[in-house]
Design a protein around this ligand. Structure first.
Ligand SMILES: Cc1ncc(COP(=O)(O)O)c(C=O)c1O
Length: 388
């Protein structure tokens, strides 16, 4: 069967390739430890699971969740209260919030809502691979903006050629950043708003790691800077703070025209999120905030273990302050793929090669801290032995 041309432009999804590689080795009896994927292993807090069970038993929730196509108002109210309480941001639940099936879905619908075929969309390189795929599926033209360690992995907006900035209709950004772990500053966000306003660029500020920050860093919402709502939306998700990656629930907030447009796309695509999951989301946002410091404590311990191990094998660097990933420079003279292969062959440990996140990801690999402590300890022991 011949399939659509637009799909041919999309490279195979990075994690699918990794999953296949791991599955093959495991099938051959190898005890592989994967530090490649960011998927928390701790369970979703009990109270959230209980709320899902309660709501799932209620036949009222068994029908289409389309009464309010932006998601249940009660869910949007909980999101608004969360944003006011945690990030100091006021958002109108009626017009400035929409529930999503995860922020990944939001990326896709954002492009469909804003970008016409052939239009240019800026995205950082390295960057989350799903942005490119979403842009290509909407037949936009992805253009990479490099982010480099010497600039704290923030794009230097004034270096974007003005012809390119004029041509672009949208831009994806994500801080705390996957894959580098970098965080943004209020000053950078103010510059971003100015840049977007000058060039009429709609910003998709993908922020699912907003609460995963260390070393006294404060969670920072794009919407906390003046003017942000005029130029874009922020995506957020319950996946990471509440260990809910499998549940598929998140939200977009901000510019009301974009929210209305995303709502139109969703109405005609998926008919919304199972109400019982939205009730569970309300429980998470209104009663389970303590899950965040609890998880941060776990990640910090793991982060320190990996950094100490890397130091022992001669990889010593200054880590940045966000996400549950470590963006680790590879030993001199090796490519990211060569180093990944070396760890796989000699330690049976899988990490993600930086090259998979874009040209500028070369020279780095990404370690994820979302594995049980015992497995991480075992992985570090193997790395110590392999690289001694
Ligand atoms: C930058 C970024 N955006 C979005 C997502 C997807 O999150 P969700 O589970 O909310 O779809 C991820 C997941 O790893 C991510 O790293």
């Amino acid at each position: 069967m011949k399939t659509a041309n637009r799909l041919a432009k999309i490279p195979p999804y990075l994690f699918m390739e990794l999953r296949n590689k791991i599955a093959k080795a495991r099938a051959a009896g190898v005890d592989v430890i994967s530090l490649a994927i960011g998927d928390p292993v701790e369970p979703t807090p009990h109270e959230i699971v209980e709320e899902l069970a309660r709501a799932a038993r209620d036949p009222e929730n068994h029908r289409y969740p389309t009464d309010e196509e932006k998601g249940m108002l009660a869910f949007r109210n909980a999101v608004a209260a969360w944003y006011a309480r945690r990030y100091g941001v006021e958002v109108d639940p009626a017009s400035e919030i929409i529930a999503l099936i995860g922020s990944k879905e939001g990326c896709h619908h954002f492009v469909l809502a804003r970008v016409n075929p052939g239009e240019t969309v800026l995205m950082t390189d390295p960057g989350y691979p799903a942005y490119r795929a979403s842009i290509l599926m909407a037949e936009g033209e992805p253009v990479s903006v490099p982010i480099r360690p010497e600039n704290g992995y923030l794009p230097v907006l004034r270096d974007i050629p003005s012809e390119l900035a004029k041509r672009a209709t949208a831009m994806f950004l994500n801080y705390p950043n996957n894959p580098t772990g970098a965080t943004a500053t209020p000053q950078f966000l103010r510059e971003l708003v100015e840049f977007a306003r000058t060039h009429d660029i709609a910003v998709c500020y993908d922020n699912p790691y907003i609460d995963v920050v260390f070393g006294g860093e404060k969670p920072l919402s794009f919407l906390s800077v003046p003017g942000a709502k005029e130029v874009g939306v922020e995506l957020n998700s319950l996946s990471k703070p509440f260990n809910m990656t499998g549940w598929r629930i998140g939200m977009a907030l901000g510019n009301r025209d974009l929210i209305a447009a995303i709502s139109k796309v969703k109405e005609n695509t998926d008919s919304g999120i199972f109400n019982a999951i939205q009730y569970a989301g309300i429980a998470a946002l209104s009663r389970c905030e303590e899950s965040i410091p609890h998880m941060l404590h776990i990640y910090e311990r793991r982060r320190n273990l990996v950094l100490a191990t890397l130091k022992q094998v001669g990889i010593d660097y200054e880590p940045v302050k966000g996400t549950f990933y470590l963006w680790v420079p590879v030993p001199t003279g090796m490519s990211s793929l060569e180093f990944t292969n070396l760890l796989f062959e000699n330690a049976h440990v899988v990490v993600a090669a930086g090259r998979g996140y874009g040209e500028n990801g070369e020279g780095f690999v990404r370690f994820s801290l979302t594995v049980p402590d015992k497995r991480l300890e075992e992985a570090m022991e193997r790395i110590r032995r392999a690289l001694a």
